[in-house]
Ligand binder design. Structure first.
Ligand code: B12
Length: 213
């Protein structure tokens, strides 16, 4: 039964059927299926199937966008369950997708999970230049700068941002956390980031660990 509901959500994402994704996600939560399963086995898994089809040229950008929108509407229903209100933030995180990159689904999930773990989040959005990260970090003290990249061609912007932080004299004041599908621990170490995590749950653990350092 549970698997059937999760399967239906995956299908609805593949079909880009927003109304069905919303209705089925609500139903899954009402049935008591865990938030983690709804997120990992239905919403993210549905988007992974879309990703596979996109890679094989079976579908194209407009279809991917429609599916992404449907997936994000489902994700929005989970957010209130993750976010705790009225609790003192454990740290402040500035997050953004790096320059040249417009992918934000993964970044938004990381953002949501960090909020749920009581981090205060400032989300700079997509295509964020090194200077914008620096201006925002200077405007309000932050503990962690979290950067997302989904393109091999935009990964270099993470290094540019770290170099720009050094040049502006604030590198020692912030921890840098990086992630996104093409990013690896080796890459993170090579560019001098303080931490890497492969998924949103790992991002929360890593951010907590960086605050203790
Ligand atoms: C959706 C999508 C799009 C959508 C984006 C919509 C949106 N609002 O984000 C659209 C259609 C706009 C798009 C455009 C393009 N895309 Co695209 N896209 C994808 C797709 C199908 C899914 C990405 C996704 O959302 N995954 C689901 C999320 C949940 O996963 P995630 O992002 O990896 O995030 C998780 C982790 O990586 C991690 N994480 C993410 N960020 C961070 C940050 C931190 C700090 C941490 C710790 C962790 C972390 O946690 C997340 C949650 O667990 C992927 C294929 C794929 N399988 O990845 C291609 C893909 C990324 N796209 C690709 C390409 C080539 C493009 C285009 C260049 C296509 C074109 N010809 O125009 C453009 C580029 C536009 C640009 N300048 O950015 C390639 C990239 C290839 C490469 N190696 O560089 C991929 C891999 C598809 C492919 N195989 O060819 N795309």
């Amino acid at each position: 039964m549970e698997e059937k509901v999760l399967q239906n959500i995956r299908d609805a994402i593949m079909n880009g059927d927003r109304a069905a994704v919303v209705a089925l996600t609500k139903a899954a939560l009402e049935e008591g299926i865990s938030l983690k399963d709804v997120m990992d086995k239905a919403l993210i898994a549905g988007m992974e199937i879309v990703g596979g089809k996109f890679k094989r040229n079976e579908i194209f950008i407009p279809e991917v966008l429609i599916s992404a929108k449907a997936m994000q509407e489902g994700m929005a229903l989970l957010e209130p369950h993750f976010t705790k209100h009225g609790i003192k933030p454990v740290g402040r995180v500035l997050i953004g997708t790096v320059k040249g990159d417009l992918h934000d689904i993964g970044k938004n999930i990381v953002s949501m999970m960090l909020k749920g773990a009581c981090f205060e989040i400032e989300d700079l959005g997509i295509d964020v230049s090194p200077q914008r990260f620096i201006d925002a970090a200077k405007a309000k003290e932050v503990d962690v700068i979290a950067m997302s990249s989904l393109l091999t061609t935009s990964m270099g912007a993470m290094k540019d941002t770290i170099n720009a932080l050094k040049e502006s004299g604030i590198r020692h004041k912030v921890k840098v956390l990086v992630g996104g599908a093409p990013v690896t621990q080796d890459f993170a170490s090579a560019i001098g980031a303080d931490g890497y995590a492969k998924d949103a749950a790992g991002a929360v653990d890593k951010a907590r660990e960086l605050l203790r350092k």
